[in-house]
Design a protein around this ligand. Structure first.
Ligand code: SAH
Length: 286
């Protein structure tokens, strides 16, 4: 079978102009989850300012002469301050460079992309935003967990496990969240997993409520822990689930018993074709 060659002709695709910053999502890890706009930007940028969560293979698509600046903020390595990152972007743009700011997942989802874009615009630097696949949606999909399902939830809530100071988020109203949302998707939740669990159980979520923890989602090192609210802390301690990880709370997690497509690709059988116990095929609706 002959394959088509995908080209992104710059006459029809937007080019980064000198002095512009493109703020692009790189997706959760698998380079194939980048958008075409982001790939197109990588091929043009003079300078790429990237985060810790951007997969190294992605940077290989840059022009060989492009300057790559690491602006990561992960524990262990020296952290760049947010103000320094934002002002670096302003400075590079004002030097007339074509700047690509590449962030993990989606830049506007718990990624401070809004702050960076605001700083750029306040300094008169023109910006283009390229959304990305967020870990809380795409990462869970790679684990076989749909964030919505008609038989499970009519709402999904994205929550951050810690606030700007790194402490457990104090402004979260766990009672309201628990009541309003069948499925909760928690970013940056591992450090404060005990208080998240306490908040949810204190608000009446059951100890046997399904929970999944997906670490390094969409990468070759992806790990998935299926557990329950009651058991999660013990199970996290037993398994080596390091960051970055997404915590998903709710019955959507049960769908993995049928939708773990990566297990099916390895030749395993589905564990349970009807994990919600509907008793009829999925295509038959009420
Ligand atoms: N803007 C990003 C989120 C940045 S906050 C996005 O839209 O995905 C960082 C948090 O994102 C991590 O603590 C973790 O909760 C989550 N995360 C990012 N990449 C991940 C991955 N590959 N696997 C699991 N969680 C991930």
């Amino acid at each position: 079978m002959e394959e088509s060659t995908l080209t992104l002709p710059n006459e029809n695709w937007p080019s980064i102009e000198a002095g512009w910053v493109w703020l692009c999502g790189a997706g959760p890890g698998d380079p194939g989850l980048m958008t075409l706009h982001a790939v197109n930007a990588l091929r043009q940028a003079d300078v790429i300012v990237y985060d810790a969560l951007v997969a190294p293979e992605i940077l290989d698509w840059a022009r060989p002469e492009a300057e790559k600046i690491y602006a990561g903020k992960r524990g262990g390595k020296p952290s760049a301050k947010q103000v320094d990152i934002s002002l670096t972007l302003v400075d590079l743009a004002q030097q007339g460079k074509r700047v690509l700011r590449l962030k993990g997942g989606d830049p506007f989802v718990f990624g401070r992309g809004g702050e960076e874009a605001q700083t750029l615009i306040q300094h008169g630097v023109p910006v283009r935003i390229v959304p990305g696949i967020s870990a809380g949606i795409g990462g869970l999909a790679y684990a076989g967990i749909p964030v919505t399902h008609r038989d499970v939830n009519q709402a999904v809530t994205f929550v951050t496990g810690h606030d700007q100071t790194g402490e457990a988020t104090k402004t979260l109203d766990w009672d309201a969240l628990s009541r309003s949302s069948g499925v909760l998707v928690i970013y940056m939740g591992m450090k404060h997993a005990p208080s998240i669990r306490a908040g949810l159980m204190g608000a009446g979520r059951a100890a046997d409520e399904p929970v999944a923890i997906v670490s390094q989602a969409t990468t070759p090192n992806q790990k998935v822990l299926e557990t329950t609210l009651g058991q999660m802390l013990d199970d996290i301690a037993k398994t080596e689930m390091g960051p970055p990880a997404i915590i998903c709370v709710g019955r959507a997690v049960l769908m993995r018993q049928v939708l773990d497509w990566q297990a099916l690709m390895r030749g395993e059988q589905p564990r349970n074709l009807d994990p919600l116990g509907r008793g009829k095929p999925a295509e038959v609706r009420d």
